[in-house]
Design a protein around this ligand. Sequence first.
Ligand code: AMP
Ligand code: MG
Length: 210
Amino acid sequence: MQTKLWRLTNKNLPEELAEAAELIKAGQLVAFPTETVYGLGANGLDGEACKKIFAAKGRPVDNPLILHISKIEEIYPLTSGLTDHAKKLAAAFWPGPMTLIVHKSALIPEVVTAGLDTVAVRMPSNKVANTLIALSGCPIAAPSANKSGRPSPTRAEDVLADMDGNIAGVIDGGACDIGVESTIVDTTEKVATILRPGGITLEMLQKVLG
Ligand code: AMP
Ligand code: MG
């Protein structure tokens, strides 16, 4: 397959991202920049599309995906209910480099959560990511856009080095600001727990939750 490359001028993002959003809607894979690293995106409500992520990355199927949303209220159809600390953390740190583990709803395909009854959700602050999600009209499932075992890409060239010819397209939005993964916080129990350290620190979380 020929991998498309969109070099953004950022003059008219909705127009520049329209073709990429159509490909996401059509069940294809598109890599895009976020503030942490480049993600390899697919329609997060389309199980067949999400399976392509695992194939392209060589990712073990027992490693669940993070769903990316563009507005806080988009989490509600994805979850069977949020704890108070989930609501507080979302209000404090979204959009930004924090992923929340929440109880999943029946909408989420099995392949996204690797069979778990919880799902990982994040709202990125990167404008390109945010606009792409909004235009696609669905949550975008996206792990880092590298082959499994290789470093997470922070530039479009890094993505192409691993994925050229295997995915529908790459959106070149320049280098990522943060360059480290999102902090993952499990909010499904009484006490919130950090599952993976990242862009948001323990101290920042403690300030909000007390
Ligand atoms: P990546 O997108 O490559 O940064 O990987 C996402 C990571 O999120 C996975 O490797 C898991 O460690 C974590 N994750 C995703 N969904 C869940 C979940 N439901 N429960 C716990 N951890 C999760
Ligand atoms: Mg990764």
